[in-house]
Design a protein around this ligand. Sequence first.
Ligand code: AMP
Length: 395
Amino acid sequence: MAKKTIADVDVAGKTVLMRVDFNVPLDESGRITDDRRIREALPSLESVLQRGGRLILMSHLGRPKGSGYEAEFSLKPVAERLKELLDGPVHFAADTIGDDANKKAAALQDSETLLLENLRFDSREEANGADFAQALAAPADIYCNDAFGTCHRKHASMVGVPQAMGGKPKVSGFLLAKEIKYLSEVIENPAPPFVAIMGGKKVSDKIKAIRKILASCDQVLIGGAMAYTFSLAQGGAVGKSYVVEKDVPLAKELLEEGEGKLVLPLDSHCGDSFSSDCNKQVVPAGKIPDDYEGLDIGPETAKQYAGIIKSAKTIIWNGPMGVFEMPPFDEGTKAVAQAVADSSATSVIGGGDSAAAIEQLGFSDKVTHVSTGGGASLQMLEGEKFLAVELLDDA
Ligand code: AMP
């Protein structure tokens, strides 16, 4: 169900409380090393400010203990960056529901921005404390959620605050709206042939998603370390490859359920140790020598997968094909990324490492959508409904 967006509400002279994802990487001196998350939020922020709204922003950053201020997780550097990116005044509150936030929220003028300090300095954020949520919601006329990556969490700013808003408008920001549009399109209405590419480490992490996708897709291409657990389930020799023994029964079940749809690697690029300069060899799947480990899909697999991807009309991709952080074991992931980029299919990249691979290779513009939330997008593929989204007003 589509949700109202910030563009659908009249914000002039109103206080908009917006949950954003400013969980940006900082170096030791507190400098932001990648401000993409801030820049990506700008359209929602500007939509409020240009129409004379008063904007209160709230976010988490990192994993503080939840027992008060910790300098390394302060959002202060984000406020400084916002001052450079936004036209109007940007204020920063040293707390979230304390005196400083209350005073600055009350003094906020039209087209001005107030960024609150890290929500997770208070343990009631993750615990969804009702009093905390109520205090956050108090100054707001309108609630806006633009933090897709946290939508699978029932935290105060995601769930408690919209609940505390009562009948006041609760809308989605543009980033969240985009995530939901593309992910629901491929989940609910994929144009065939629909090809899913699943990689990464553990079968158990992705079993629910694979199971759900098997029902609607034409083929699921398996790569990454996960492939060796499947190979073991088929009685193959996997040498020293990363396998999760307890996932073998799950892999067996999926092999049965996915008969004809589940595509496993034909060959494997192996090394005799987990390093770039190890001795390497390419061997057929299921025939890995005892002293070697599979670190990437092999060239035959990359060719086969690229061919399948080429004929797809809908593609979703979650998880790398190998240890892509460690060349040359990035070749399989690169080949798949290239095939997805070359394809004219609707392609959705499910966050995390596959999104990083697509970005590193400069292919972000060549795919339909790169999700900003690895965990959240995986849960959507699993068919989860997010309370944080359900609480927003229907369009
Ligand atoms: P996940 O978080 O489950 O998507 O897994 C991503 C991680 O899996 C990345 O850090 C990869 O380096 C790692 N990975 C992928 N393939 C392999 C492999 N064959 N052996 C060990 N690690 C792998």
